[in-house]
Design a protein around this ligand. Structure first.
Ligand SMILES: Cc1cc2nc3c(=O)[nH]c(=O)nc-3n(C[C@H](O)[C@H](O)[C@H](O)COP(=O)(O)O)c2cc1C
Length: 324
């Protein structure tokens, strides 16, 4: 199980008082200044929220999902509130990877931010080509969104639904990305998440992030139509946190590579729960939409809580004890 710590954490002599918590974490070869990331899809291409949340203050920011060619996305309405959560069917609208590389990446990197680029494809080869392109850029890491429908498979199940397909896709992307770290973002509903995670680790993933939003539907009884133009959407926010925590725990128990927990994190206590479940870092989605400066409050809250508790991040990580 994943119990890695940063260098400074390893050096703490037993029992010594922590004056100021060290929030730095390692994701493969990358050392992040803190474990809080903006999740894909809520932080635009990196600079849209700069006045509320300077990207360089976060551990990392992840771009909106990018494809080889621009995607138009789904008809409006694209978002609907549900009890405590958010249903969205943006349809992965994006400018395409080439436009992002030409117009956005350099500007975000100039702020000093650590930038992960989230990618999506219609075929396995799409992911490999995207990884190769991004491998040659100043992006800090690539995040593969394997929740997209696989157009080559019968029924269009997601790439992540089949561990063999997901592992093959990951292996090819890792090879083509050169030395660039590759994070694989898992779908929320998989039969055996521990088995999938192990396969992706063997395939060379640098880290695993989870979970993506859950499939859902919300209905307008007046006109008996779906609230979203697309019909179905992806559910995010506090209602998915218990599932995300479970999947994070099971994944962190199964692999040695870092696990990045995502799902319903609004404040530092939510983030601490993910770390106790075994996450090395966390991502915030809907939390950023509710309050774009909330990741900064989470970072501050983590440092204060750990200092008060006299706990190093590595000591909290994976410390959850499940009652038998
Ligand atoms: C509006 C919106 C757009 C999203 N777009 C993407 C995307 O492009 N790629 C991706 O992997 N996840 C995308 N997600 C999923 C989030 O990154 C995250 O996994 C999910 O919302 C769960 O986290 P949360 O409960 O903190 O929002 C999106 C979520 C929202 C709300």
């Amino acid at each position: 199980m994943n119990k890695q710590s940063t260098k400074s954490e390893k050096d703490r002599p037993h029992g010594q008082k922590i004056e100021k918590a060290d929030l730095s974490v390692d994701i493969g070869p990358l050392t992040l200044k803190n474990p809080v990331m903006a999740a894909s899809g809520v932080f635009g291409y990196g600079l849209e929220l700069v006045d509320f949340c300077p990207p360089q203050k976060l551990g990392a920011i992840i771009s909106k999902g990018l494809s080889l060619v621009p995607w138009k996305g789904n008809p409006a309405p694209r978002m609907a509130e549900t009890a405590g959560g958010l249903l969205n069917a943006i349809g992965l609208e994006n400018m395409g990877v080439d436009a992002f590389l030409a117009s956005a990446l350099g500007a975000v990197k100039k702020t000093g931010a650590v930038v992960g680029v989230n990618v999506l494809g219609r075929t396995e080869e799409d992911y490999a080509v995207l990884a190769e392109k991004l491998g040659r850029t100043e992006a800090d890491f690539i995040e593969l969104n394997v929740s997209c429908p696989n157009l080559a498979s019968s029924g269009g199940a997601s790439f992540g639904a089949d561990p063999v397909v997901a592992a093959r896709l990951t292996e090819k992307a890792v090879k083509r990305a050169g030395s660039k770290p590759v994070v694989v973002k898992l779908p929320p509903l998989v039969g055996d998440v521990a088995a999938l995670a192990k396969k992706l680790e063997e395939a060379g993933a640098t880290a695993l992030s989870l979970i993506n939003s859950l499939p859902g539907l919300s209905i307008n009884l007046q006109n008996r139509q779906a609230d979203l133009g697309h019909g179905f959407g992806g559910l995010s926010g506090p209602p998915i946190k218990p599932l995300a925590l479970r999947q994070t725990y099971l994944t962190a128990q199964a692999v040695k590579i870092p696990v990045i927990g995502v799902g319903g994190i609004l404040n530092h206590l939510d983030a601490l729960e993910f770390i106790a479940a075994g996450a090395t870092a966390v991502q915030m989605g809907v939390g950023v939409l509710i309050d774009p400066s909330s990741p900064l409050a989470v970072i501050e809250g983590l440092a204060e809580w750990l200092t008060e508790q006299n706990l190093a991040l590595s000591e909290l990580r994976g410390s959850l004890k499940l009652r038998a």
